[in-house]
Design a protein around this ligand. Structure first.
Ligand code: GLC
Length: 545
C-alpha cells in the first residue's frame, strides 16, 4: 500500500519559472503563467511540479540568491498568485514542490545586511566570517563553484566571508542553531500554506569543515584555471555533520505528513553513489530518517551506451538502503538538455528509460517536446557562471530558454521581449503543433505517461534486469497485476531481440516510434533508436480490463 504514495508512483516535472509562461508581457515567466498552464500539464500526465525559486531576489543567480524566504518576487507575482496556483494545482491532483535554498542567502537578505554591519552584531555568526592570513590573503584555498576564490573581503569589518557560489550568495553558518531554527520556520511557512514538499538546493554543502582546512589540490586540473575543479571539495561539501541536518529537515516535513497528505524532501546532491546513499538517512525501526529522494543524477553524465546504462542501474539498485526508494533525473536547469546530449531520436529512448526504470522520474520542462540547447550569443549571456568563466562551456542559458507553446509570436511564451532568446525551431517544435501529430515526441510522452498509470508495475513494480548487448538493454517491471518488458535500442542500427526475452503472446503497449500496437509478430527486430514496452497477452487483458 505504502508504495502507492504519490512521490513514489508519480512523475515530477521541473518548471523553471522565468522561462515557462509569461502572463504580464515583461518577457519573464511568472506564477500566474504557470497557473494558466495547469491544464496542459494535467494533459501531459505528470503528477507533481517542482518550481525553481520565485522568492524576492536581486537575481544575481536568477532566484538562487534569496532576499526573503517567505515572499514572492514581483517579477513572478504575489503570494496570492502562489496560493491560487497551489489551490488550482491541487484541484487537478497535481502536487507542488518548492525550492528551498538553505545553503546561502542573497547578500541583500536582512540577515546578511545585519551580519556584515559589525563584528558585534548578533547575526555575525549566522554567516562564515574569518580573518585573512597574516599577509592579507584569504583564510584558505577554498574556491567558488562559479570560479575564483570563495572568500570575499569586507572592508567595513575587515574580515572575509565564505560563498560557495557568487559573492552575492554568502553561505549561512549551519553550525549555529539559530540559523537552523530560522530555516526550519521557513519550511513550516510553506508547509502550512500547503506545499507538498521541497527540493533542497545543494543540501550536501550545508556544513563546512570546523577547522577550515585547505582543500586538497586536484592534480588532474591545471593550476591557474581559476575554476573550482582545481581543488577537491573535501572540506567544503559532504561533511559528516550534514546528515544530522538532513534528518532534522525531514522531521520538519513529517510534522505535516499526518494530514493524509504525505510531503516529500528531495535533496540536490552531486556525489558518488556510496556517499549519495547516506542522504537517505539512518534507519530507525525500519524507517529511513533522511531525504526520501536524494536526487540521482547519474543519467545526466552517463556514457549513452546500453552496457554503461545497465551497469549504472544495477549498481544503483544494489546500493540502495533497505526501504530506500530510487529516483532518476534526465535533465535540469544546470545541465545540457537530453536531446542535445544524445540526439532527438535517442531522446525518446531516454524518456522511455526514465519513465520505466524503478524509481521516481523527474522530467525537465521542454524535454517532452524535444527542446535542445540554444546557442546564446555572447552579448546576450545572462548566466553568471558563464560570465565568470567565459568560453568554457559552463553556461546554463542554453537549457533555460523559453518554453515553446505554440506557433504565435515568441511561441506563446510572452507578448513582450523574451528574457532569453527562443530556440530557432519554435515555430514547428511547440506544444500546440506537436500535440496534433500522432507521431511526435510530445505524443510519445503523453502515451508513455498514460501507460504508467494503466500499468502500475511500471511505476512501483520490482526491477528485473534481463539482458544487455552492445546496443540492446532489456529489463522487466514486475507488479502484482503483471509483468511488463522494456526493450531499448541504444544504437542507430536495427537489433534482433532474442525470443527468450519475450513474454508469451506478446503485445506491444508502446513503441518510441508510435507505430506498434497489439500482437507482435516474432522474432522482433527493434529499429534503430527504438524502444518498446511489451506485455504478455493474458496480463494485458487483466490489467487493462
Ligand atoms: C544549485 C542550483 C543552481 C544554483 C546553485 C547555487 O546547484 O541548481 O542553479 O546556481 O545551486 O544556488
Amino acid at each position: 500500500m505504502s508504495d502507492e504514495v504519490w512521490w513514489k508512483s508519480g512523475v515530477i516535472y521541473q518548471v523553471y519559472p522565468r522561462s515557462f509562461q509569461d502572463s504580464n508581457g515583461d518577457g519573464i515567466g511568472d506564477l500566474e503563467g504557470i497557473r494558466r498552464r495547469l491544464d496542459d500539464l494535467a494533459r501531459l500526465g505528470v503528477d507533481a511540479l517542482w518550481i525553481s525559486p520565485f522568492y524576492p531576489s536581486p537575481m544575481a543567480d536568477f532566484g538562487y540568491d534569496i532576499a526573503d524566504y517567505c515572499g514572492v518576487d514581483p517579477t513572478f507575482g504575489t503570494l496570492a498568485d502562489f496560493d491560487a496556483l497551489l489551490a488550482q494545482a491541487h484541484a487537478r491532483d497535481l502536487r507542488i514542490i518548492v525550492d528551498l535554498v538553505p545553503n546561502h542567502t542573497s547578500d541583500r537578505h536582512p540577515w546578511f545586511v545585519e551580519s556584515r554591519s559589525s563584528r558585534a552584531n548578533p547575526k555575525r555568526d549566522w554567516y562564515l566570517w574569518r580573518d585573512g592570513k597574516p599577509d592579507g590573503t584569504p583564510p584558505n584555498n577554498w574556491l567558488s563553484n562559479f570560479g575564483g576564490p570563495a572568500w570575499t573581503f569586507d572592508d567595513a569589518t575587515g574580515q572575509y566571508y565564505y560563498h560557495a557560489f557568487l559573492a552575492q550568495q554568502p553561505d549561512l553558518n549551519w553550525r549555529n542553531p539559530a540559523v537552523r531554527e530560522a530555516m526550519y520556520d521557513v519550511m513550516r511557512f510553506w508547509l502550512r500554506r500547503g506545499v507538498d514538499g521541497f527540493r533542497v538546493d545543494v543540501i550536501y554543502h550545508l556544513i563546512k569543515d570546523d577547522l577550515f582546512r585547505d582543500n586538497p589540490v586536484n592534480a588532474e586540473v591545471r593550476a591557474g584555471d581559476r575554476s573550482s575543479r582545481e581543488v577537491i571539495p573535501l572540506y567544503t561539501t559532504d561533511r559528516p555533520e550534514v546528515l544530522e541536518i538532513v534528518e532534522q529537515m525531514r522531521r520538519v516535513v513529517d510534522e505535516f505528513g499526518d494530514s493524509g497528505r504525505p510531503r516529500v524532501l528531495i535533496g540536490e546532491i552531486y556525489l558518488p553513489i556510496p556517499r549519495l546513499m547516506a542522504y537517505y538517512g539512518r534507519s530507525e525501526h525500519g524507517v529511513l530518517q533522511g531525504a526520501q529522494l536524494p536526487f540521482n543524477f547519474q543519467l545526466i553524465g552517463a556514457r549513452w551506451e546500453a552496457r554503461a546504462i545497465d551497469r549504472i542501474v544495477r549498481d544503483y539498485e544494489a546500493a540502495l538502503p533497505a526501504g530506500g526508494w530510487p529516483n532518476w533525473v534526465l535533465g535540469n536547469h544546470d545541465k545540457p538538455r537530453i536531446a542535445s546530449r544524445v540526439g532527438l531520436e535517442q531522446a525518446r529512448v531516454a524518456a522511455m528509460l526514465l519513465l520505466t526504470l524503478r524509481g521516481t522520474p523527474t522530467l525537465y520542462y521542454g524535454d517532452e517536446i524535444g527542446m535542445r540547447d540554444v546557442t546564446i550569443p555572447n552579448d546576450e549571456v545572462q548566466d553568471p557562471f558563464e560570465k565568470n568563466e567565459p568560453g568554457k562551456g559552463v553556461g546554463r542559458d542554453p537549457e533555460r530558454t523559453p518554453m515553446q507553446w505554440d506557433a504565435t509570436a515568441h511561441a506563446g511564451f510572452t507578448t513582450g521581449h523574451p528574457w532569453l532568446r527562443l530556440g530557432e525551431d519554435w515555430a514547428s517544435r511547440n506544444v500546440a503543433t506537436l500535440a496534433d501529430d500522432p507521431h511526435s515526441i510530445l505524443t510519445f510522452h503523453r502515451r508513455m505517461l498514460a501507460l504508467r498509470r494503466r500499468y502500475p508495475a511500471l511505476a512501483t513494480g520490482a526491477y528485473e534486469p534481463s539482458m544487455t548487448g552492445d546496443h540492446l538493454f532489456a529489463y522487466a517491471r514486475v507488479g502484482i497485476a503483471g509483468r511488463v518488458v522494456v526493450m531499448l535500442n541504444f544504437g542507430a542500427d536495427p537489433v534482433d531481440v532474442p525470443p527468450t526475452l519475450m513474454p508469451r503472446n506478446p503485445v506491444a503497449l508502446l513503441s518510441t516510434h508510435l507505430d506498434r500496437d497489439g500482437a507482435l509478430a516474432l522474432p522482433l527486430t527493434l529499429r534503430g533508436n527504438e524502444g518498446v514496452v511489451v506485455a504478455g497477452a493474458p496480463e494485458a487483458n487483466t490489467v487493462a480490463a
